[in-house]
Ligand binder design. Structure first.
Ligand code: AMP
Ligand code: MG
Length: 339
């Protein structure tokens, strides 16, 4: 299959919508990361997503809608809290889990009684959904397990020859996947951290949000994930990554002692000049929003430069930085060294 990469404009958005209506899959920009989209209502179309990504069948997908009118196509028994969160954060990087609708394809829910839904804010994503007229299931447009794509070129690198069309809508402004909150249980529960923080959610809900253990801890053998995307290794470059937790001085000493061939530092901006090995940066130490935007392209750059071993500076574990830490922890297969 020939993969076309086109600037998103009226013509190419129309082409994307026609492909989606015909049961094809298309790479589209969103504000979080690039998505690989198919109609949420078509099992055969959604199956193509799993195949192109090499994604395990037990990992459910998020459906993307362009208006609240589309919400009942994906979920039912919608609690009042969902409307309050939608009012506060949609369109934007928040995904809610609720009871699934009858209509949504079984493969989107991966056998669960629930479905995940969000309204993205990227104008191209919204226009593609509107024109297609159906909710779009869209996981990140990368090969399963590798770093998520934050540019159209990243999508092409992973999906060339596997999908007919990629729309280029520029670099993603958020850079990490959406915050996922479950409203399906007795207490609202954060399943995946993102740009919308637990504190922001609690303020709107007026009640505490439980934080799933799996956000910062590896699942035990045989343990079932509440949110399958939180499993073990994920988002990983080819190099072995270790998070080095401590002050910058201690990190510097650690790198000096471990500075073998193929070692790279994944550090914050401005730290390169003090380190003895090749460096890739991901934002400024005090700017978690920059870290979120830069992390996945930094991981891809480490691969491109042939890194074998990566020692990463640790993000904070609160606010937006919690989302960055959660992704880096999986890229590192949970290897953390305290210094
Ligand atoms: P992505 O990999 O960005 O497409 O995000 C999909 C992730 O959302 C999955 O890996 C799950 O972690 C979460 N998710 C989607 N649907 C559900 C669901 N019904 N129940 C729990 N988590 C879900
Ligand atoms: Mg993904």
């Amino acid at each position: 299959m020939q993969t076309e990469l086109k600037n998103a404009d009226e013509q190419s958005i129309g082409q994307a919508a026609a492909l989606l209506q015909a049961g094809e899959i298309v790479g589209i920009p969103t504000e979080t990361v690039y998505g690989l989209a198919a109609s949420s209502l078509s099992d055969s179309a959604v199956t193509k997503i799993f195949k192109a990504k090499g994604r395990p069948q037990d990992n459910p997908l998020i459906s993307h809608i362009a208006s609240l009118e589309m919400l009942p196509m994906v979920v039912q028994d919608i609690p009042e809290s969902a409307y309050r969160l939608a009012e506060a954060f949609w369109p934007g990087p928040l995904t809610m889990i609720m009871t699934r609708s009858e209509q949504v394809a079984d493969s989107v829910c991966a056998g669960l009684p629930t479905a995940a839904v969000r309204m993205p804010s990227h104008p191209v994503a919204l226009e593609v959904i509107r024109k297609a007229g159906v909710p779009l299931a869209a996981p990140s447009a990368n090969l399963s397990g590798s770093p998520s794509p934050t540019t159209a070129q990243d999508v092409l690198a992973d999906m060339q020859g596997k999908i007919p069309l990629i729309l280029d809508g520029g670099a993603c402004s958020v850079g990490v996947e959406s915050t996922v909150i479950s409203l399906a249980g007795a207490q609202p529960t954060l399943l995946r951290p993102g740009y919308i923080t637990p504190e922001q959610l609690e303020e709107v809900l007026g009640c505490p949000v439980a934080i799933s253990d799996a956000i910062l801890n590896r699942l035990k053998d045989g343990e079932k994930a509440a949110s399958p995307g939180m499993k073990y290794k994920h988002y990983a470059p080819k190099a072995d990554v270790t998070i080095v937790n401590g002050t910058f001085d201690a990190y510097k000493d650690y790198i000096r002692e471990h500075n073998e061939k193929g070692v790279f530092a994944l550090c914050f901006e401005g730290e390169e000049e003090f380190l003895p090995c090749p460096c890739v940066t991901y934002g400024h130490e005090t700017r978690p929003d920059e870290q979120a935007r830069a992390l996945f392209s930094a991981l891809r750059e480490l691969d491109a430069r042939g890194a074998k071993t990566v020692y990463a500076r640790s993000p904070e574990k609160t606010g937006i930085a919690l989302a960055v830490y959660n992704r880096l922890l999986r890229a590192a297969a949970f290897r953390v060294t305290e210094v």
